[in-house]
Design a protein around this ligand. Structure first.
Ligand SMILES: Nc1nc2c(ncn2[C@@H]2O[C@H](COP(=O)(O)OP(=O)(O)O)[C@@H](O)[C@H]2O)c(=O)[nH]1
Ligand SMILES: [Mg+2]
Length: 302
């Protein structure tokens, strides 16, 4: 260990679907890299968000929400959580204070029982409740899991988020950096661009449709400035009827998804983007291991 080593470590961000894990990641980095929607199970793979200041490098791993698996895609999602936990020095267990402890939170806690490093229960969405409702919830958590510390945040506004980083600095080791100092994430901009298209599908399409959507970036060309970055992507759906809905009358729905995604990608890259979207049907891709692999969701065989 060198004298100049910073405080440095990997931290798993866990919780049931929709508690605000991806919002927390964006908030602690003060940059939007992880996609967020009001619906559960938006996040499919794990993603590192690398927090860096003069004292520390904290690598936060956003994970898919822990839930009862229903298909091969859910198995992939839960496998991602397992892998992140195995490589982390601490874990944040996010709870939605507006809901209190639900059955799904106990499922998350069960996963964490096997985790031997420090766990912080992060009471998120405190903007949604009065302080006097928090005390009984904290009491309950202290009784259930006395070994874990409790913190409070409103990830959406950033309240309490720097305090989480400060607490982690107290327990993480000093060691050589895990990532180069200027890196923001372990994903490529190409991957994140695809996620931003998928995010718009979650935000703009109704009911079950976004769950059957996968996005593949076919090409990502960065030409010399001032030329825009040219991105071509395919949106895969499971049924012909869904293809019609995504394209919409006169191509209107697809145009809306395209322009909103383009705005988000432009913010991320800080330059002009030209985005071209195609829609294709890939029947039942969520159940097909070979197709899942092609889309980047590979489930290892046991
Ligand atoms: N009011 C409030 N909403 C939040 C907060 N954090 C996240 N949300 C919302 O909760 C929903 C789910 O957030 P997301 O980060 O996608 O949750 P994840 O599934 O755990 O990654 C989104 O609509 C967020 O805007 C918070 O602190 N306060
Ligand atoms: Mg998420």
């Amino acid at each position: 260990m060198g004298d100049q080593d910073l405080i440095c470590g990997a931290v798993a961000v866990l919780g049931r679907p929709n508690v605000g894990k991806s919002t927390f990641l964006n908030s602690v980095l003060q940059t939007k890299i992880a996609i967020v929607s009001p619906r559960p199970q938006t996040t499919r793979g794990s993603m590192a968000g690398i927090f860096q200041d003069d004292e520390a490098q904290i690598v936060f791993y956003d994970t898919p929400g822990i839930h009862q698996p229903k298909n091969k895609l859910s198995q992939f999602m839960l496998r991602q959580v397992e892998e992140v936990l195995a490589g982390s020095e601490a874990a944040l267990f996010l709870v939605d204070v507006r809901e209190g402890l639900t059955e799904e939170d106990y499922l998350v806690a069960e996963w964490l029982q096997k985790f031997k490093s420090p766990v912080f229960v992060v009471l998120n969405k405190i903007d949604g409740v009065l302080d006097d409702k928090l005390a009984p919830l904290e009491e309950k958590i202290k009784t259930e899991w006395p070994q874990w510390s409790i913190l409070r945040t409103a990830a959406i506004s950033g309240r309490g988020v720097p305090e989480v980083a400060a607490e982690l600095k107290k327990i993480l080791p000093r060691q050589p950096l895990l990532f180069p100092a200027d890196e923001l994430t372990d994903k490529t901009m190409r991957d994140i661009a695809g996620e931003m298209v998928r995010e718009q599908c979650f935000l703009q399409l109704k009911e079950e449709i976004p769950y059957g959507v996968a996005v593949l970036i076919d090409s990502f060309e960065e030409k010399e400035l001032p030329a825009p970055v040219v991105i071509k992507a395919t949106i895969f759906v499971e049924k012909d009827s869904q293809k019609g809905i995504i394209i919409g009358a006169g191509g209107n729905q697809l145009k809306l998804i395209g322009s909103a995604s383009r705005v988000e990608i432009e913010k991320l890259l800080d330059r002009k983007v030209f985005l071209e979207l195609w829609v294709k049907v890939l029947k039942n891709w969520r159940k097909d291991e070979d197709v899942l692999k092609r889309l980047g969701y590979s489930v290892p065989r046991k």
